[in-house]
Design a binder for this molecule. Structure first.
Ligand SMILES: [Zn+2]
Length: 325
C-alpha cells in the first residue's frame, strides 16, 4: 500500500515535469502568445488621479525583443522626455497626453530589469520594468543555393540595396502618424514562422529571423497596419518586392516578398489600405508575407505590436480603434 503511494507521488512529479517542460517549449515557440496572456497586466501600473502632475502608464514586465507601450499624462505640459535603453526621446504632448512604443532589449539585462524614466514639468517618474527571457526557436529552411551564398555578381547589388535602405531609414519622421489599434497586415493571420528564430539556410546558420512569416496565397491583399508614409518600395535581392512604411515616432513596418507593389515612396497611407499583394519574390520557400517591425532603430517582435496597441486602448482616454479592422 505504501509502495503504491510512493509510486503515485513519483508519477505525479514526473507528470508535473512533463507539463511544465511542455508549456515552456510551447511558450518558447510562440513568444507572442506568452506576452499577451492574462498574467501580463499590460499598463497595470496605470492609475488615474487628476491631482498628480505626471502619470506614467507602462507594464511592469516585457519580453525580450518585445514592445513596451507607454502612456504619459502631464496636464498643462507640452513635452515629456523618456529615458530608456540609454537613449532619450522627446514626446510631444497633445492636450497634456502622449502615447508611445519603446523597444524591449533583445537580451535580458543581467539585473533582470530595465529603468524607465519619464520627466515632464520638472517632475520625474522612475519605473523598473522586468525583462523576461524568451527561448527562441531554431528554424531550418531550404532555399535555392544562390540565396545562401549569393554569387559575386549580385554582391554589389545587395550592398547598394543595404545603403539605400539605410538612407531611407535615416529619413524617418519623428512625429507620430499612427493612432488607435493596429490592423492586421493580412485579414486572416496565421504565423508560419515566429520572430527571433535562429535560421539555418540549407544547413548553414545565416541569421536570426527578424519578422513574422504569415501564411498567404499569392495575390492576397497586404494591408498597412496603421497610417503612415511609404518610405521605400522596391525590388530587392533577399526581400523581393518590399515596402517600408514609416508610422512616425520611431515606428516602421516592413512587408516583403510581394508579387505586386501598389504604392510609391512618399505616398501617405491609411490604416488598412492595400499596399500590394502576397507573393514569392526574393529569398523564399514559397508564397507568404514576411512582416517586420522596426522600433527606434531595432527590429522587434511584430506579434508584440498588436498586444501593445491593445494595451494602450485598455486605459482611460487611450487610443480608440480606427474604422478599418
Ligand atoms: Zn520571414
Amino acid at each position: 500500500m505504501r509502495r503504491t503511494g510512493v509510486l503515485a507521488v513519483w508519477l505525479g512529479i514526473v507528470w508535473l515535469c512533463v507539463v511544465v517542460a511542455g508549456s515552456e517549449v510551447f511558450a518558447a515557440a510562440r513568444p507572442a502568445d506568452r506576452a499577451g496572456d492574462p498574467q501580463t497586466p499590460v499598463l497595470g501600473a496605470w492609475s488615474v488621479s487628476g491631482s498628480r502632475p505626471l502619470q506614467v502608464g507602462a507594464p511592469s514586465s516585457v519580453d525580450e525583443s518585445g514592445i513596451l507601450p507607454v502612456r504619459v499624462v502631464a496636464p498643462g505640459q507640452a513635452r515629456a522626455t523618456v529615458r530608456w535603453l540609454g537613449k532619450t526621446c522627446v514626446l510631444k504632448l497633445d492636450g497634456g497626453q502622449a502615447e508611445t512604443f519603446l523597444p524591449a532589449p533583445a537580451k535580458r539585462p543581467k539585473s533582470g530589469s530595465q529603468a524607465l524614466v519619464v520627466q515632464a514639468g520638472g517632475v520625474e517618474v522612475r519605473r523598473a520594468v522586468a525583462v523576461r527571457a524568451v527561448r527562441w526557436p531554431v528554424q531550418k529552411l531550404k532555399v535555392a543555393p544562390k540565396y545562401v551564398n549569393p554569387p559575386q555578381s549580385v554582391s554589389r547589388r545587395i550592398a547598394a540595396e543595404r545603403k539605400r535602405t539605410a538612407e531611407a531609414l535615416s529619413r524617418a519622421w519623428s512625429e507620430r502618424l499612427w493612432k488607435g489599434a493596429f490592423v492586421q497586415p493580412l485579414k486572416r493571420m496565421t504565423t508560419t514562422n515566429v520572430f527571433g528564430g535562429k535560421r539555418f539556410f540549407n544547413g548553414e546558420l545565416r541569421s536570426r529571423h527578424q519578422g513574422l512569416d504569415l501564411r498567404g496565397a499569392t495575390g492576397t491583399p497586404v494591408r498597412a497596419v496603421a497610417s503612415g508614409r511609404v518610405l521605400l518600395a522596391e525590388e530587392q535581392y533577399y526581400s523581393g518586392n518590399m515596402i517600408y512604411v514609416d508610422h512616425g515616432d520611431g515606428l516602421l513596418t516592413l512587408y516583403c516578398h510581394l508579387s505586386r507593389i501598389d504604392v510609391r515612396p512618399g505616398e501617405r497611407v491609411q490604416a488598412g489600405q492595400t499596399l500590394g499583394l502576397v507573393g514569392a519574390t526574393g529569398r523564399v520557400t514559397g508564397p507568404h508575407l514576411h512582416f517586420g517591425v522596426r522600433l527606434r532603430g531595432q527590429m522587434v517582435n511584430p506579434a508584440a505590436l498588436f498586444v501593445a496597441s491593445k494595451a494602450l486602448q485598455s486605459v482611460p482616454g487611450g487610443s480608440r480603434r480606427p474604422a478599418v479592422r
